[in-house]
Design a protein around this ligand. Structure first.
Ligand SMILES: Cc1cc2nc3c(=O)[nH]c(=O)nc-3n(C[C@H](O)[C@H](O)[C@H](O)COP(=O)(O)OP(=O)(O)OC[C@H]3O[C@@H](n4cnc5c(N)ncnc54)[C@H](O)[C@@H]3O)c2cc1C
Length: 284
């Protein structure tokens, strides 16, 4: 017999997970699709279920010396409209699903779902966010970029609950979020891209970028980013083809029902080149 538990406190949730091999449901926007039943019937769960969306103590968004903490049950709508949250995250969220879904789906659910097309996982990786996991055994912090291990595979122990994501404060002068889907709203990404930069006295002093939906995990290379930092804008323009060629190597798009690899490769690199053009042009 499948047991279903609605948790109202973090302690209730962690105690349940300590004694049950359970599915966790937050907003349910992925889980209810994955476990869907015939029309008119409740979803079919083949093991125990823990519902966490009523845990108010995990819905907080606050800032401290480590950065901005976003609780696991804060909805995407709340994050989108919260001034403390990073602007790139808010931009990406404004294009996730539809307004009604954003009123109940969560950031924690997006990363735990580990879809290559997930939008916010690109931002988590770009902004060096950390995933906080708690269990009756204690607390673990995992870099968001390492938390997603592969398609629908994450670094979570069965008794752990994601309790928040933490975004360190990063200052910069320019940013880009670009999502390509089949239509302008309520569309899953075929390709996505996020980046930020800082230019001071004609020199690039910060540069970071991350591609989404073009490999099994968000694609980022700190090694390649470091080669851009220190270039003058003239050098960046002159080396743009070479730099784009290097970044093209870190993505590995595939064919699927939404697109094909040639389209994804071309579009991803067009967006990357637009990002470089913005840096060079914007600072003139
Ligand atoms: C019509 C539609 C359109 C969509 N469009 C987009 C889109 O444009 N971009 C996009 O990125 N996604 C999209 N999605 C996917 C989905 O909305 C997101 O992945 C969402 O963020 C999931 O959050 P949730 O709270 O609903 O998660 P749930 O469905 O409740 O859970 C998803 C996964 O996360 C796990 N989980 C949830 N909370 C926790 C926690 N606290 N600790 C540990 N594990 C947890 C669950 O066990 C499950 O594996 C769409 C979905 C639908 C149905």
């Amino acid at each position: 017999m499948v047991e279903k538990k609605i948790a109202y406190t973090k302690k209730e949730a962690l105690d349940f997970l300590a004694n049950h091999d359970a599915y966790i449901v937050a907003g349910g926007s992925d889980m209810m699709v994955i476990k869907k039943n015939v029309a008119g019937y409740a979803p079919l769960f083949d093991k125990d279920v823990l519902y966490v969306s009523h845990i108010k103590e995990l819905a907080n968004i606050y800032e401290d010396k480590d950065g901005v903490h976003i609780g696991a049950t804060a909805t995407m709508h709340e994050i989108e409209h919260h001034k403390l949250c990073p602007s790139l995250l808010r931009k990406a969220i404004s294009e996730v699903a539809s307004t009604n879904i954003r009123h109940f789906c969560t950031l924690a659910g997006n990363i735990a779902n580990a879809s290559p097309a997930g939008d916010t996982i690109v931002i988590d990786a770009l902004l060096d966010a950390k995933v906080k996991l708690e269990s009756v055994d204690g607390v673990r912090l995992v870099d968001a970029k390492d938390f997603v291990l592969g398609v629908r595979k994450i670094d979570r122990h069965p008794n752990e609950l994601i309790t928040e994501l933490i975004f360190p404060k990063i200052e910069y002068t320019g940013e880009l979020w670009f999502k390509v889907g089949s239509r302008r709203a309520d569309s899953i990404s075929k390709v996505s891209f996020a980046g930020y930069y800082e230019v001071k006295k004609n020199v690039v002093t910060k540069f970071a970028c991350c591609f989404g939906a073009v490999s099994i995990r968000p694609a980022r290379s700190k090694e390649l980013e470091a080669k851009v930092v220190g270039l003058s804008l003239e050098e960046l323009k002159a080396k743009q083809p070479e730099i784009a060629g290097d970044f093209a190597q870190i993505i590995a798009p595939i064919d699927d029902q939404r697109s094909n690899k040639e389209y994804r490769q071309t579009v991803a690199m067009n967006i990357f080149n637009k990002f470089i053009d913005d840096i060079v042009g914007g600072a003139k």
